[in-house]
Design a protein around this ligand. Structure first.
Ligand code: PEP
Length: 256
């Protein structure tokens, strides 16, 4: 996948009901330009995906699932599979820290989900990042390596360009704390060098790596200007259509 494209992903988490989501998409559609080098993705709640998939212009905005179960069908009460999401979403978050730490998802779950997404023609956005205590203990690189190996174990080098990696330090998510650009660069360089080690330079160089963690309309340009950052994963700020539109605008400028 082309790294000259910036990928801007809005994760709404458990917010916005069917009507609010539809209204938001209506407003966002009015301001998002179709830009060759910027891809805009929203990840609404599961409940709203079907409705939004009928409303959205995919050339302008794409859809992501926030979660799904890795098996394709069966007796799994309450779950929705990637095969059921096929054709409705183009991307899916996998291994988000809220899935890892609130719902105790393991690397094994994450790996199965990455596979299920790829098998169903959905691009997984594999989220990796260290907690504050891991950071304080100087374990950031080890955590990133473990999460990458854990999540990508069954991915071939041919499949790697379907995968997006999001570096999201857990301590920066939803906290208003900003990672300093140098730390983001170091972490993303470590991610890319691990990808190189696993898949070789050519395959690793093509992988889009995003940054996420309390990014706002004010801080977006700083991260987008970093040469190793191929886009942003935005939580809180994506709930405000003006703020999200302004972040997208910064991506247009960074990709001019
Ligand atoms: C996220 O949910 O992935 C995220 C980065 O959230 P926030 O921007 O609110 O920190």
């Amino acid at each position: 996948m082309a790294r000259d494209k910036a990928l801007i992903v809005g994760n709404w988490k458990m917010n916005l009901g069917v009507h609010e989501a539809s209204l938001y998409l209506h407003k966002l559609s009015k301001v998002v330009k179709i830009h060759r080098n910027v891809e805009v993705v929203i990840a609404p709640t599961m409940l709203t995906l079907q409705t939004l998939s009928l409303q959205v212009n995919l050339r302008q905005i794409k859809l992501a699932a926030q979660n799904f179960y890795w098996r394709d069908h069966g007796a799994y009460t309450g779950e929705v599979s990637a095969s059921q999401l096929r054709g409705i979403v183009q991307f899916a978050l996998v291994g988000h820290s809220e899935r890892r730490y609130v719902f105790n998802e393991s690397d094994k779950d994450t790996r199965a989900k990455v596979q299920a997404a790829i098998r169903n023609d959905i691009r997984p956005i594999l989220c990796v990042g260290e907690t504050l205590s891991e950071r304080t203990a100087n374990e950031t690189k080890d955590v990133l390596f473990d999460q990458l190996i854990g999540g990508l174990a069954n991915v071939t080098s041919e499949e790697l360009d379907r995968v997006v990696i999001a570096y999201e330090p857990v301590w920066a998510i939803g906290t208003g704390k900003n990672a300093v650009p140098e730390d983001v660069m170091n972490a993303i360089q470590a991610i890319r060098s691990q990808l190189k080690h696993l898949y070789g330079a050519k395959a690793a160089d093509g992988v889009q790596v995003l940054y996420g963690g309390s990014v706002t309309a004010d801080s977006a340009a700083t991260y987008l200007a970093l040469p190793d950052v191929d886009g942003l994963l935005i939580g809180g700020a994506s709930l405000d259509d003006h703020a999200f539109a302004s972040i997208i605008e910064k991506a247009y400028v960074s990709k001019k």
